[in-house]
Design a protein around this ligand. Sequence first.
Ligand SMILES: Cc1ncc(COP(=O)(O)O)c(C=O)c1O
Length: 358
Amino acid sequence: MISSAQLHLDEVRLTPKSRLADQDINKVPFGKVFTDHIFVAEYANGQWVKTSIEPYGNAPMSYSVSALHYGQTIFEGMKAYRSAKDNILLFRPYENFHRMNKSAIRMAMPEVPEELFMGGLIELLKIDKGWVPSDEYGSLYIRPFLIATDEAIGVRPSETYKFVIIMAPAGKYYAEPLRVLIESSYFRSTEGGVGFVKNGGNYGRSLYPTILAQKKGYQQVIWTDSKTHQYVEESGTMNLMFVIDNKVITPGLEDTILAGITRDTVLKLARLWGYDVEERKVSIKEVIAAHENGSLKEAFGTGTAATIAHIQTIGYNDKDYKLPAIEDRKFSPKVDETLRSIRKGRIEDTFGWMEKVC
Ligand SMILES: Cc1ncc(COP(=O)(O)O)c(C=O)c1O
């Protein structure tokens, strides 16, 4: 059971009419339908001053708030699952809590206390637990975020903030294995920048190169390092992994890469199962050479939204490199199946990843 003490809420306003009955939560598109309620905590004068649970709706906010102009905005992405025994479980939520505060420090924002992050989330989940899908691939996607709310034009840290949690039922993220393009002109982040934090700007800047790749028939780009474009970094909202021979290889955690919680989870399983794991620079040359000599067995992305997204084709320099069929892959399908079984409570959670909420 989750350890945070119960949070005292200053205000609880429940919706007069739940929207749950109007939705098939096992079938809704990702990120478009939100649960009935949200959690909000307000920060002013150097402290957290108010907490509430309110009906989901439009934010009462001025067009001048600094988050909209200067990008002082960070977020997290995490999930709750409904187990076979009908319990609501969070997957490694303290990892998201710690990462959120790493982002807050880098973006000159106040850290969110555990009592608010975990306590607010638990209270919200207890109220909206009916929205957690029961399907094999279903989950409740949780989006905690922190935004600067000073009404002021001028580049300086805001003095007021809102920490908000919204939630959306989710099904399978990618229906098909991916075609990804190695990006050699644009870059997502650079050393000394903010690549390792979940700041809104990282995502805004990724859209244009991604659209260019999509016009060429790929779903996502593989970002490369900003200096040489010779080393792969990550892809979309996923970390990248390759299985070459019997080794699981992934780019090491530099400050240009987000330290994915799924990444860490997959590496822990790989080590448990006796795979050699290498966290280090991975060059495009190495990946292409492994493809050509037949030792590149698998490539996939890891992330909360998709869990495992199999990569079928890698595009580079106007050439497509097709990888082995998913049925012939040994590692990533096993990870996917194992994680679903842990989340559903079908097999023992030996790592203690699941936190029971209710
Ligand atoms: C840029 C980026 N990389 C990687 C990931 C994967 O991280 P996680 O496994 O914690 O979801 C995400 C998603 O949060 C992301 O936005």
